[in-house]
Design a protein around this ligand. Structure first.
Ligand code: TYM
Length: 331
C-alpha cells in the first residue's frame, strides 16, 4: 500500500464542519487503501499564542474526534506531532532550502501576519509551511488529503522535495494533494463568501463538539438572500449554495436532485432539512468523542502506539536526509 499523511491543528477546541467535510471524511475513506499517518499538529498550533492547559485539552479533543469520525487506530497511525521529534529536525534542514521570498509569498502567512501586525507575528508563523512540508515528506506519502486552502502549502512541499532530490539525490517521494472537489471549501454561514474557519464569525461556524440546539440555531440563522428561489449559484447565491453543498456532501444526493426536491419550498424548509442532516451526522461523532475523552489515559495509550509507528518511519527518512546533507553519524 502507498503511504498517506495528513494533519489538523488542535487550536479550536473542536474541529468544525469544514475540517470534517473537507478532510476528515476523506481520511476515513482512504485508510483502507493507504498506509495512513494522521497527525494532530501541536507544533503548528503554537505559531500563535496558546494557553498550555487548553492546548493539552484541545490536542486530546482533536484526537478523540479523529477516532470518533472513524479513524481506526489499528489501520492507521494516529499520533501527536510533538511526539515525533523528526518533524522539527527535518523542518530545520528544509528551512535552509527555502527562499525568504518564497516563504513570504504564502497567502495564509500573508493574511495572518497582516491581521496580527509584524510585532505580533512570530518567526514560527513564517516558517509554518516548511514545518508542514517536513510533516509530509518524512512519511514518503503519495497522497495528502486536504481542503482547498492547503493547496499552496502542498505545492511548496513538492517544490522543496524536488529541490532536495536534485541537490542531494533521490530521497523524497513527490506527494500529491488529494482535494475533494465538492467539499474542498465549506463556507462561513454568516459570511458565505469566506471559508468556514475558527477565526471567522463564531455564529457562522458549526463545531462538531457543539450542542445540538446550538448547531440548529446556527444553521437556521445562516445568511441567505432576498430572492426566494433555491438554486445553486456560488456567485449570486453563496449562502443558499453553501447550504445545498453541505446537504449534498452529507446526504450523498446530487445538487440537481436537491434543487428538484426543494422546488416550491422556502429557505426555512432548506435550513430545517440541512440542520437535520448535519445533526444526524455529527451527533454520534460528538457523543463518541465525549466518551473517549472520559478516559484520557486510554486515549494517550492509543496516541503512544501511533507515535511509535510514526517514529519508526520518520526516523528512517531523517537518517537518510542527515546522511545526504553531510552530517556524520552520531555513533
Ligand atoms: P487546519 O487545521 O486549518 O485544517 C484541517 C483540514 O481541514 C481543511 N479545512 C477545510 N476544508 C473545507 N472547507 C473549510 N472551510 C475548511 N477549513 C479547513 C483544511 O484544508 C485541512 O485539510 N496547515 C494545516 C495543518 C497541517 C497539515 C500538515 C495538513 C499541518 N501539517 C500536513 C496536511 C499535511 C492546517 O492548518 O489545517
Amino acid at each position: 500500500k502507498p503511504n498517506l499523511l495528513s494533519g489538523m491543528q488542535p487550536s479550536a477546541g473542536s474541529l468544525h464542519l469544514g475540517n470534517y467535510l473537507g478532510a476528515l471524511v476523506n481520511w476515513t475513506k482512504m485508510q483502507d487503501d493507504y498506509n495512513a499517518f494522521y497527525c494532530v499538529v501541536d507544533l503548528h498550533a503554537i505559531t500563535v499564542p496558546q494557553d498550555p492547559k487548553e492546548l493539552r485539552q484541545n490536542t486530546r479533543i482533536t484526537a478523540a474526534q479523529y477516532l470518533a469520525a472513524g479513524i481506526d487506530e489499528n489501520k492507521s497511525a494516529l499520533f501527536v506531532q510533538s511526539h515525533v521529534p523528526a518533524h522539527a529536525q527535518l523542518a530545520w534542514v528544509l528551512m535552509t532550502l527555502t527562499g525568504f521570498g518564497e516563504a513570504g509569498r504564502m497567502t495564509q502567512f500573508k493574511d495572518k501576519s497582516q491581521k496580527a501586525g509584524a510585532d505580533s507575528t512570530s518567526v514560527g508563523l513564517f516558517t509554518y509551511p516548511v514545518l508542514q512540508a517536513a510533516d509530509i515528506l518524512l512519511y514518503q506519502p503519495k497522497a495528502v488529503p486536504v481542503g482547498e486552502d492547503q493547496r499552496q502549502h502542498i505545492e511548496l512541499t513538492r517544490d522543496l522535495a524536488t529541490r532536495f532530490n536534485s541537490r542531494f539525490g533521490e530521497t523524497f517521494v513527490i506527494p500529491e494533494g488529494v482535494i475533494l472537489k465538492e467539499t474542498a471549501k465549506i463556507y462561513d454561514l454568516q459570511n458565505p463568501e469566506a471559508k468556514m474557519s475558527k477565526s471567522g464569525d463564531p455564529k457562522g461556524l458549526v463545531n462538531i463538539m457543539d450542542e445540538s440546539a446550538v448547531i440548529v440555531k446556527k444553521i437556521k440563522s445562516a445568511v441567505t438572500d432576498t430572492d426566494a428561489a433555491i438554486r445553486f449559484d456560488r456567485e449570486a447565491k453563496p449562502g443558499v449554495s453553501n447550504l445545498l453543498g453541505i446537504h449534498s456532501a452529507i446526504s450523498g444526493q446530487s445538487i440537481d436532485a436537491l434543487v428538484a426536491h426543494f422546488d416550491g419550498k422556502g429557505y426555512g424548509d432548506l435550513k430545517g432539512e440541512v440542520a437535520e442532516v448535519v445533526l444526524a451526522e455529527i451527533e454520534p461523532i460528538r457523543d463518541r468523542a465525549n466518551e473517549l475523552l472520559a478516559d484520557p489515559a486510554e486515549l494517550d495509550r492509543l496516541l503512544a502506539k501511533g507515535a511509535a509507528k510514526a517514529n519508526e518511519q520518520a526516523e528512517k527518512t531523517l537518517a537518510t536526509v542527515y546522511e545526504r546533507v553531510g552530517f556524520i553519524p552520531a555513533a
